[in-house]
Design a protein around this ligand. Sequence first.
Ligand SMILES: NC(=O)c1ccc[n+]([C@@H]2O[C@H](COP(=O)([O-])OP(=O)(O)OC[C@H]3O[C@@H](n4cnc5c(N)ncnc54)[C@H](O)[C@@H]3O)[C@@H](O)[C@H]2O)c1
Ligand SMILES: [Zn+2]
Ligand SMILES: [Zn+2]
Length: 410
Amino acid sequence: MVWGVAGVPRCGPAANNPLIEKIGVFAMKALVYEGPRMVGVEDVPDARIERATDALVRVTTTNICGSDLHMYEGRTDMETGRVLGHENLGEVVQVGAAVDHVRVGDLVCMPFNISCGFCGNCEKGLTAFCLIANPTPAMAGAAYGFADMGPYEGGQAELLRVPYADFNCLVLPPEAEERQTDYVMLSDIFPTGWHATELAGLRAGETVAIYGAGPVGLMAALSARLKSASKVFVVDRHPDRLRLAEEVGAIPVNDADASPVDQILDRTDGIGADRGCECVGFQAHDPQGHEHPNMTLNNLVRSVRFAGSIGVVGLFVPRDPRSPDPLYKEGEVAFDYGLFWFKGQSVGNGQCNVKAYNRELMRLIRTGQARPSWIVSHELPLRKAPEGYEHFDRRDRGWTKVVLHPNAMT
Ligand SMILES: NC(=O)c1ccc[n+]([C@@H]2O[C@H](COP(=O)([O-])OP(=O)(O)OC[C@H]3O[C@@H](n4cnc5c(N)ncnc54)[C@H](O)[C@@H]3O)[C@@H](O)[C@H]2O)c1
Ligand SMILES: [Zn+2]
Ligand SMILES: [Zn+2]
């Protein structure tokens, strides 16, 4: 890509704009999915304005997410040749003719959800289930560089096309320039961790059991602390991740030592936590590495008290032909419904409606009450992204969150 147009003027319709044609000529670098556990940095056509409501963003910071790993491992319908990356922050370099609010030069962070802002679900704040942005019939919800969530390319690239830009760009304060690793977490995992606690109905003074100390579980722990939970348990078996949970005041529960359910019951007078958060998803496994897609769900039913509630933000998919679990090949799990019913528990689940929270969470970052970058272990240029995928996918010690800088010089 040849690009250096900071301060490009606002422009008219794409068809009449010579600048857009010029952009289309050059190839940008992007991280492309090539097949199971294969990604590469390739030259692809520059992202560009396609509709008058689009903005074009020069990506300065973009993360690798646990959701990318499901795709990386070949456990989804991700097509080869597509650009990954849905946790994106950057500078607006061009806007379509119908963009009113967002301006060239703005530093913006995009929710991973692409949503129109005017459909029946968006009107209600359910932007993860937008009825317009995903063109596939009978599908709701769209995202950048994501299997089954529309045709949009991802932002692990030099440039990103942002549809419905006025709705989807969160314009950041000037100080964000220097704190991009904090603000980029507004694209997904900070709101998603918060969402887990919202779905679980967590209130001040209550106790909460969080399964998974990956980036999402750690953000759920941060959110629970911000909401003044009295005790926050975080279950995992990776000491480095559990240590990060401790750093925000959570109680680490290592399930390689003993049953996590027993450990939580022991510390809640045998009653169980008031609320539970599932932050692992369908590739949940035991400490020996054997996958059990129902494991965290059933452990949560046992870890949470009678009449408690559970929020599930870990990803589950309608079909998983590669699952070692025969039921889950068809998307089914052996869920302990009897005990769940008997305990009168409730559950909420699904993708996070990032726009429901990102503006307020931005204020918590700005005032210093939240510093979500504490989990970042590695900042890499785009050319090293394949290495980042490899380590993060193996959950190698010390690889807790990988941030990429596609336009970095080194
Ligand atoms: N709902 C949403 O909008 C949304 C948004 C972002 C991510 N996600 C999903 O959230 C999940 C977590 O994402 P992440 O980035 O933290 O991923 P991650 O893979 O880095 O973290 C998952 C963690 O769960 C742990 N784990 C595995 N099995 C476990 C078990 N049985 N008990 C306890 N812990 C266990 C792993 O050791 C790992 O540390 C993924 O499924 C991701 O796709 C959902
Ligand atoms: Zn993500
Ligand atoms: Zn919509």
